[in-house]
Design a protein around this ligand. Structure first.
Ligand SMILES: [Zn+2]
Ligand SMILES: [Zn+2]
Length: 347
């Protein structure tokens, strides 16, 4: 049986570059992809740290695109040679959430996510169900193609927020998610500011022409009040997972807070009376939902400035070391400042 290179997650703190058998099409609705590019996500960093649900001995990588090299006997719409982006979250289609238009809450979604619970794109090949594949137009190259799923989560957020041209927007945290929200806000809203602590990412924000504040250096509540002529933000997007309390203090009466960043270890105190008194809208949402095609359209028409988004493209073999640039030393599990926005690997 022929083999392929893969980065396999063995368990907490253990990501191993190794040779594994090339997966074979077994299910009639499977397609085999030759992975063209795969992004390293903040979620992958959390998995390596053991801070996200995981399954040992899984090939990580949920942000990927590839070329179809083989198809199962029931595959109908996807052809050999197609270049496709992948929605890694496999939804059952049968539970009441799937059948009532809330597939992000599918009861099976946690158990079979590609690159989390079953083998993903940190490899030369990956097996994907046909219905998870979205054909990419030529305007979207392989590197950008890895980010369709990432953008799909942000588009779900945009659908929920209903951002208006006169909104003041604050984005807490300028990682890849904060970056994408800020680009939308720049296109749509009256004014946008972002916060970030890592110098590298602060510089990327500046490169994008954004107003950026370091919460370790300035009082963000004071800054947003000044920035909005005393009003505070109509929309606060919390893209760190640890600044929900601050988000509530930065939003204007009647405004919206989107808790988007995920960190299950964080607790925040809320005063229900204040939510009522100030008519604050707290909008929870999870993953993308019917947003893969809209995301492809947005990238195809170059609606977002993606220039400074990609820090570097590396070989799969160098993937382990890239975690250092994303704030985690994979050998010691020590944390450091992030020295990259998005890193993409080519298997
Ligand atoms: Zn991701
Ligand atoms: Zn379902």
């Amino acid at each position: 049986m022929s083999k392929m290179k893969a980065l396999v997650f063995r368990g907490e703190g253990k990501l191993e570059l190794t040779q594994v058998p090339i997966p074979q099409v077994k299910n009639p609705d499977d397609v085999l992809l030759r992975v063209k590019a795969v992004g390293i996500c903040g979620t992958d960093v959390k998995i390596l740290e053991g801070k996200h649900h995981y399954k040992p001995n899984t090939i990580l990588g949920h942000e990927f695109c590839g070329e179809v090299v083989e198809i199962g006997s029931h595959v109908k719409y996807i052809k050999v040679g197609d270049r496709v982006a992948v929605d890694n979250n496999i939804r059952c289609g049968f539970c009441s959430f799937c059948r009532m238009g809330l597939s992000s809450q599918c009861v099976e979604i946690k158990f079979n996510a590609l690159g989390v619970m079953r083998d993903g794109g940190y490899a030369e090949y990956c097996l994907v169900p046909e219905k998870q594949c979205y054909v990419l137009p030529p305007e979207i190259d392989d590197v950008l193609g890895t980010q369709v799923e990432t953008l799909a989560t942000v588009v779900n957020g945009m659908n929920t927020l209903q951002m208006l041209p006169y909104d003041y927007v604050l984005v807490l945290g300028f990682g890849p998610i904060g970056y994408l929200f800020a680009q939308f806000a720049k296109n749509i809203a009256a004014k946008v500011a972002v916060t970030e602590i890592d110098p590298f990412r602060i510089n990327v924000a500046k490169e994008c022409g954004l107003t950026v504040w370091n919460p370790h250096e300035v009082d963000v509540i004071e800054k947003i009040t000044e920035f909005t002529y005393g009003r505070k933000a109509d929309i606060v997007i919390e893209a760190t997972g640890n600044a929900f309390a601050q988000a509530l203090q930065c939003v204007t009466p009647g405004g919206k807070v989107l808790p988007f960043g995920m960190d299950s270890s964080i607790r925040a105190t809320v005063v229900p009376n204040e939510i009522t008194r100030w008519a604050t809208k707290i909008l929870g949402l999870y993953l993308g939902q019917n947003t893969m095609l809209p995301s492809i359209r947005i990238f195809q028409e170059k609606r977002l400035n993606m220039g400074p988004y990609f820090t570097k493209v590396i070989a799969l073999e160098d993937g382990l070391e890239a975690f250092c640039d994303l704030g985690l030393d994979p050998h010691t599990m020590a944390h450091g400042p992030k020295k990259a926005m998005k890193i993409v690997m080519r298997p």
